[in-house]
Design a protein around this ligand. Sequence first.
Ligand code: FAD
Length: 390
Amino acid sequence: MDAISRKFDIVIIGGAIMGALTAFFLREEGFAGSIAIVERDRSYGQAATALSAAGIRQQFSTPENIRLSRASLAFYRDFERRFGVPAGFVEQGYLLLASQSGLAALKTNYRAQIEEGAEIALEEPQALARRHPWLNVEDIAAGATGLSGEGWFDPWSVLGAVNRHNREHGVVFIDGEATGFDVSGGRIDAVSCTDGERIGCGIAINATGPNAGVVAELAGADLPVEPRKRTVFRFTCPHPPGNMPLTADLSGVWVRPEGEGFIAGAPPPNEDGPADPADFDPDYALFEEAVWPVLAHRVPAFEAIRMTGAWAGHYDYNRFDQNALIGAVPGFDNFFVIGGFSGHGVQQAPAAGRALAELIARGAFRTIDCAAFSPARILAGRRLTERNVI
Ligand SMILES: Cc1cc2nc3c(=O)[nH]c(=O)nc-3n(C[C@H](O)[C@H](O)[C@H](O)COP(=O)(O)OP(=O)(O)OC[C@H]3O[C@@H](n4cnc5c(N)ncnc54)[C@H](O)[C@@H]3O)c2cc1C
């Protein structure tokens, strides 16, 4: 075995949005020790962060998720002042629709959101049609429109600016793929990379997104995180509806403006399984079968649209309860995870990164209590049930 070549107080595996923001907040918390980020692909071309739809919303069902997104919202709003570049935040809202059968859940969620300070309008069809004249409300019982603090942003700009800041604050970037760990007595002593280098560490953080389950397994840990493929379609429309929020239909199909056109996606038609980590081929059939018929029904202006492209990315899917895992990996003293966000990660990354940094640098959560997201809940069989997973 090669000797340990260098040692860092903290080694973060994965340098996309979770790793980047954890490093950033470690420094913000005053952590002055050495930090390295091990990243296998610094183009981030296949990272979920880069392939994300990057929506941010407050319309979750659990107070924990609402809080995580609201705390992150403050960070994104303040981004340009802090980093000198905009986060590209388009504050145009989310619109979640419900049929008669989903009405009770929409109302319950609405109450939870209002209680947390979110500004949401819950409206019946007539009022909904007045607010969104482009919307077909014939089979809708109610809709909830986010009036502030929801929309989408540019994850590339965010990632670039945060990692630039990290480099300026002494975070060392190591090009390499983590392929193994030295483990002794519930502690990680070193991270091994493809090129044979062994990097010593005081603490290791698994921020590898959809690959977090595989990376945990390298240390003998079991984390229920796996890649799930999702396709995003781009299209244009000759008579585009104006001022559209991200609109989520009853079917789960969602659509939002993007530049001059729109992007849309759909949940997989059946309960899907883990994706081949190398498969980034868009599922084009989904557009004709599931997406376009719903778009044309829900927004009559979308009867005439032209699909102009598509991409596929991998959700960092937590098959236990589709919610974040933030904290120590069960069975380890110095191995942490920040992952499993299952489609709502880029919007929660600032608050999650900050929470993990606080836990590591201060020994406890301070600004936001993330105990509900502890990976320990897996062993305890305690699911955090979120009804609004898009
Ligand atoms: C199509 C799509 C749409 C989405 N839409 C939204 C949305 O609207 N709103 C929202 O909030 N979230 C959304 N998400 C989810 C969000 O993008 C993710 O939750 C988030 O980006 C996860 O960030 P991450 O840093 O954990 O993972 P990633 O961005 O995947 O980064 C993980 C990094 O780890 C590196 N890595 C992996 N294994 C190793 C290893 N062994 N050694 C070294 N490096 C390694 C990878 O190269 C990668 O750079 C969407 C995701 C997809 C795919």
